[in-house]
Design a protein around this ligand. Sequence first.
Ligand code: AMP
Length: 485
Amino acid sequence: MSIHEECGVFGVISNSTTDVGHLAYYGLYALQHRGQEGCGIVVNHDGLFYSHKDLGLVSEVFGSEELNKLPSGEMAVGHVRYGTTGGNNRSNCQPIEVNHQKGRMALAHNGNLSNAAILRDELELSGAIFHTTSDTETIAYIITKERIKCGSIEDALTNAMEILKGAYSLVLMSPQKLICARDPHGFRPLCFGKMKDGSFVVASESCALHAVGAEFVRDVDPGEILVFSRQSENEIKMQSIKRHCYKEERKICIFEYIYFARPDSVIDGISVHSARVSAGRELAKVHPVDADMVIGVPDSGLDAAIGYSLESRIPYGIGLIKNKYIGRTFIAPDNRLDQVKIKLSAIEDVVRDKKIVLIDDSIVRGTTSGRLVNLLKEAGAKEIHMRISAPPFLHPCYYGTDIDSEEHLIANKHTVPEIAKIIGADSLGYLPVENLGCLMQDRYDDYFSGYCSACFDGRYPTEIPAGNSKDRFERPLSEVKKSKE
Ligand code: AMP
């Protein structure tokens, strides 16, 4: 039960007073896959902030009434949040707003700081009072503290970046500027684009730029700060601050390509769809099998299934159908019901009497795979050969991906043949950790090929927190007492 900030961020600055709130709404809609627990939008009209945020999907939080209550403005910042159990409360919804005599600020964050607990302890002991349990408030405090020492918000952020460690892709809004920044490793994606009318848009993924009609300009470089400010009625100036660039190795999260990002996004020059197809091709090379059909688990396994089929020349088929109207956060059904069956069903006519290669992106606890194998066998499939387009999950992530605690990861307790037996598959093959580079295509130069795969190989690019103290604000008193005994 730790708090993960596996989220999506969005920002827009327009050269006129316009419907920036609506634009943010559509941007967040395109980023919904990055977080379904809560969302929010802050609009800046003439230096004053107007916001709405709550728990729920974008379509639930922003009905026409809420959306229409947001005024027109010159800038907006938005956020979709993924919070696991403990951290899922309204106060953790973003963007965070800070009212301080040195300047008002709204802040949206994707990632996890690896030194959050130390920073928060220091801040609390110096008198800071926190309202939320998320890292984002710590970032807001650090920036504001730096703001007291220096003049501009971008100088404050530049200084703050000396202190913050770990993963952060940020969008910040002051009364006069829209600012975005990516941590020096570039763990989480961040890019920006331009609209025909000259407005600039910043987003976690390029799919959100396309959704609002902006043309992709480029990814924000790891360590880079971009400052957008309105110069005159028709001109927005963009300034790039690169003081933190090229200090660290690039470490984009490989799981963004495997599972997290949308397949139509392009991250750091690499198409997510193509990365997944490559992983599928690689799987076919390292774990070939004699079969009649390749099928993918919708939606996360489809692209890799196409790759497996292309490489193996085993026909690709649609054997599983997903109910389109079920998001990831549907009301948990009665325990007697199989959640997978509510979400997915097999097409009997396609799978009956066939030897099937079933592709999914990952196995965490093994529950989904086991139920899928069962579903397909009930539909008459003769054999199920499970292939996973990622290596086994073995380690926790400190940079914002929600990986279950080590004791729940099935690969930590069982060998591959044992897992195959547990899930009822006739065979099982994972993408080997040393073959992960295939996801990065042929971009093997120093600048592009760096990625973080710590959840698979335990090689963390930064110092990691001693003890998992990320959830200490979420624990009931009884548990805290027990851990002190
Ligand atoms: P499990 O049933 O615990 O083995 O979960 C495996 C399923 O969860 C796979 O179908 C994945 O697509 C999905 N999955 C993997 N990682 C995550 C994540 N961080 N958040 C939500 N779903 C995930």
